[in-house]
Design a protein around this ligand. Structure first.
Ligand code: ATP
Ligand code: MG
Length: 209
């Protein structure tokens, strides 16, 4: 191997509520990891999401553990508790500061789906977000991927295999007694079942889904 200065670490960050984590998140992270030759992609489950304050969200520990289960088999995927442990409302700017402090000198790539990218100018301190990280926006069915209004040199757009999956749909399926097999990893299906997540009060669990 050639001698010389070690290569700058390249770290991907995938923030999300992950309620539950599904194959749309995992494919997006895997595609960006490969395309940008990232050393690691860190999944960061939120504490309280500013845009989801009026919605019921599962306890952070459940979301964290499902994310660990879903990512455990990929040597380049890890999960961070920075947002959960900081608590309160999660702002991406704080996530980036915390990760940057843990990986001094690393190049950070913040991964978002098209829907999240479209909102980014409404996020707290978005100008500083662009200073701390390169944004990577990925395609998501039902949403238009555009970098309009965003600083061109700080945003990359990437097409990824279309996964028409959302956590909202997964929760509704479970609540209606429907299957989430193959939408989320097997271990996550079993975790949801084990802890009775997303079940409508009074609905008995079925044996087929
Ligand atoms: P919810 O329906 O609860 O909002 P979600 O499926 O949108 O859940 P989030 O946890 O809100 O998942 O999303 C985390 C990140 O993953 C966001 O940047 C979002 O755009 C991206 N993402 C989620 N699902 C997909 C998908 N199917 N394809 C590409 N990106 C996705
Ligand atoms: Mg969402």
């Amino acid at each position: 191997m050639a001698q010389g200065a070690p290569r700058q670490l390249r770290i991907g960050i995938m923030g999300g509520t992950f309620d539950p984590i599904h194959h749309g998140h995992l494919v997006a992270a895997s595609e960006v990891q490969h395309a940008f030759d990232l050393d690691e992609v860190i999944f960061v489950p939120t504490a309280t999401q500013p845009f989801k304050k009026d919605r019921r969200v599962s306890p952070a520990e459940h979301r964290y553990l499902m994310t660990v289960i879903a990512t455990a088999s990929n040597p380049r995927f890890t999960v961070s508790r920075v947002d959960i442990d900081r608590g309160g409302t999660t702002y991406t700017i704080d996530t980036l500061h915390d990760i940057a402090a843990k990986y001094p000198g690393a190049a950070l790539y913040f991964i978002t789906g098209a829907d999240a990218l479209a909102q980014i100018l409404t996020w707290k301190d978005n100008e500083e977000i662009f200073e701390l990280a390169q944004l990577v926006g990925v395609t998501r069915p039902g949403h238009v991927l555009t970098d309009m209004g965003l600083p061109e040199d700080r945003v990359s757009l990437m097409e990824v295999p279309a996964m028409s999956i959302s956590s909202t749909d997964c929760r509704e399926r479970v609540s209606d007694g429907g299957p989430v097999w193959y939408l989320v990893p097997d271990g996550v299906v079993q975790y949801i079942r084990k802890y009775g997540l997303y079940r409508r009060a009074g609905r008995a669990s079925s044996t087929t889904s």
